[in-house]
Design a protein around this ligand. Structure first.
Ligand code: PLP
Length: 427
């Protein structure tokens, strides 16, 4: 088989890649098809996808149930605008998401990507107060946080560590602090909030796991503290569950359920369509939604992405939710976590390894320096596994449907790649 297909050679100069220095970029791996947990490359090799295409492909590739739903939808109504027109898949999906999320998180605004879902959440929160005559448009956000790549979402990412630090000064000004991890820190944060009285619309946080910031975990305590502080200071609490939501953590569908905390607004995307189509949702509580009800047309939420509620995407999402209902995804995520913990634990004591941690179907090996990404990635590819290290970590977020043998392959590849690298240190 031809290792480098014609479309790749001819198109390569025209595709601008994500987060990539195009001057020094290594050739990307041409993928010709995918099935289950495997990517098939143009040169005939197969790789087990250890990161589920940026955390999205929770049921594996080409799940027949999702594929049938999307195909059926394609034959009847691939897309129709959501302004003034309605279609079944969006209305069913909104009702189902409202049913799955706790409490009165009942009002779903659709969009087409995670960043936009967070932008909408921020806009909702700010306008909620504007509609009451209060100009409160800033947010409390956290070091290590990541909420997207658009300008408003960059402003609530970690301002120093994050990949958006370059744009400092050009972004909306926010209040950035460390996550509170004990009672003393909760009290100190209370003082900060008091200083910013009347300025802040809400708090934006990735609950339980800060993903793109380096897969850093925190306890439910932190989220409970944020809920207490939000109540005390009359702030809206936004949970960005774009990474952790929809089963990744194993103990429940959503992090807010695991923490026993009711946020005011939740954002979902990534795994929403089972990794097949771009779709996102911003879900608000009744109080937030009702804050827009008015005789003044300007009190309406002024947002409307062209492709919001895309019918193919909603059909895929409904099929994905069917699979969560019918198949034991949460138990699978828990089992993956246990296996990863067992496989990765021995790396803890190696030189150069700072930490090994797992939560749900997330396994992380953190190094004591920037990860040699190309080297670790190549080490895993040699062993038939696709992983993409970043910052100081090599991590896996496999499809929740992965079998024991393939998961073992990921564990072995990570172990071997880290051992090789660690053994070369100081030589
Ligand atoms: C990926 C991610 C986003 C951004 O989603 P995109 O679809 O890439 O715009 C926002 N928040 C969190 C927590 C994410 O993991």
């Amino acid at each position: 088989m031809n290792a480098t297909p014609d479309w790749y050679t001819k198109g390569r100069g025209h595709v601008w890649l994500p987060y990539t220095q195009m001057k020094t970029v290594r050739p990307a791996l041409p993928v010709v098809s995918a099935e289950g947990v495997r990517l098939r490359l143009a040169d005939g090799r197969e790789l087990v996808d250890g990161i589920s295409s940026w955390w999205a492909t929770v049921h594996g590739y080409r799940h027949p149930h999702i594929e049938a739903a999307v195909r059926g939808q394609l034959e009847t109504l691939p897309h129709v605008m959501l302004g003034g027109l309605a279609h079944e898949q969006a209305y069913v999906l909104a009702r189902r998401l409202a049913g799955l999320l706790p409490g009165d998180l009942d009002h779903v605004f659709f969009s087409d990507s995670g960043s936009v879902a967070v932008e909408v959440a921020m806009k909702m929160a700010a306008q909620f107060w504007l509609n009451r005559g209060q100009r409160r448009v800033k947010f409390l956000c956290f070091r290590g946080g990541y909420h997207g790549d658009t300008f408003a979402t960059m402003s609530v990412c970690d301002p120093d560590e994050g990949m958006h630090s370059l744009f400092k000064g050009a972004l909306l000004e926010q209040v950035v602090v460390d996550l509170p991890r004990d009672a003393a820190q909760e009290a100190a944060l209370g003082d900060v909030l008091a200083q910013h009285r009347g300025e802040l619309a809400g708090i934006v946080v990735e609950p339980l796991v800060q993903g793109a910031g380096g897969m850093v975990f925190h306890d439910p305590f932190t989220l409970q503290a944020l809920r207490r502080l939000a109540d005390e200071h009359d702030l809206l609490l936004i949970f960005d569950e774009i990474f952790v939501g929809l089963g990744r953590l194993g103990d429940a569908m959503f992090a807010c359920q695991i923490a026993g905390v009711q946020p005011d607004i939740v954002t979902l995307s990534k795994a929403l369509t089972g990794g097949t189509l771009p779709l996102a949702a911003t879900i608000a509580s009744a109080r937030i939604h009702d804050g827009f009800l008015s005789d003044d047309p300007l009190h309406a939420l002024m947002h409307g992405p062209t492709y919001m509620g895309n019918a193919l995407g909603c059909a895929a999402a409904n099929a994905s939710l069917d699979l969560f209902e019918r198949e034991p995804r949460l138990a699978q995520a828990q089992a993956i976590g246990k296996a990863l913990e067992r496989m990765l634990a021995p790396l803890r004591d190696l030189p150069g390894v700072k930490d090994v941690r797992t939560r749900g179907a997330i396994g992380v090996v953190q190094l004591d320096r920037a990860a040699p990404a190309d080297r670790l990635s190549a080490g895993c590819i040699e062993r038939g596994v696709w992983l993409r290290p970043f910052r100081d970590i090599l991590y896996t977020t496999p499809p929740l449907t992965i079998g024991e043998e393939d998961l073992g392959r990921i564990g072995s590849a990570m172990t071997a790649a880290i051992r090789d690298w660690s053994a070369g240190l100081g030589k």
